[in-house]
Design a protein around this ligand. Sequence first.
Ligand code: ATP
Length: 253
Amino acid sequence: MELTIENIEVEVAHQAIVKNVTLKVPDKQTVGLIGANGSGKSTLLKSIYRSISPTKGTIFLDDLNVLKSPTKEVAKHLGVVGQFNELNFDLTVEQMVLLGRTPHKKMMESDNLYDHQRVQEALLRTNLMNYKNRSFISLSGGEKQRVILARTIAQEPQVMILDEPTNHLDIRYQLEILTAVKDLNITTFVALHDLELTASYCDYIYALKDGELIAQGRPEEVLTESLITDIFQVKCQIYENPITKKLGFHYSI
Ligand SMILES: Nc1ncnc2c1ncn2[C@@H]1O[C@H](COP(=O)(O)OP(=O)(O)OP(=O)(O)O)[C@@H](O)[C@H]1O
């Protein structure tokens, strides 16, 4: 399923935060979104999953008009791993992951064997089998992040949006989470701060500055020393990592 965003503008308090953004995430590709703090990444992602209404523009999942379709219809196809995962009420990890099945259920329909199988598979993929009876609010930030990913996997979306999914995660889980997402082999649009992870996991990258897209292309095309200096206001040297053979970055001020 392809995600197509055209001419999206988002204003907050009469100020343009996202300015005329047009982009595409092709079927089964992993596309990254990079930009400094405050550049508008979360706001753009929120407009896709309808947590914020854009003032202008269109968003399509293939030919499904996201901004004009019922939320439940969109949720059958679009999964989200957002930045903040706090709850005011408590659920076990397993119950939390089971919530991912909600878009596929009719009102009052009970959970069936297929739903429970999806939950078990999601718990396995995120290494959470031993946590399934734990209370969600007692978990660490990184554990919560993995539960939210498991919930999204159980949802079986064809398109996934992730806003800084590696926040709170130690190195092992950063790699595990991104690998788990990649293994789903679905259309993925992900905001990331870590440029090495971005370079190794993304097929294509968009760079946002002050709400505008200023570059796009394959990682080695977009991640240049001058672009990184422009976006993040740091000096940067790029090298080939001798072990991974992928892009490595050295920063200084
Ligand atoms: N509800 C709001 N009211 C006022 N300003 C807002 C609101 N939401 C976002 N902004 C502002 O919009 C800008 C973009 O914020 P956004 O969260 O999209 O940035 P970001 O690129 O995701 O940043 P980060 O990397 O820090 O997560 C920021 O300057 C932020 O302060």
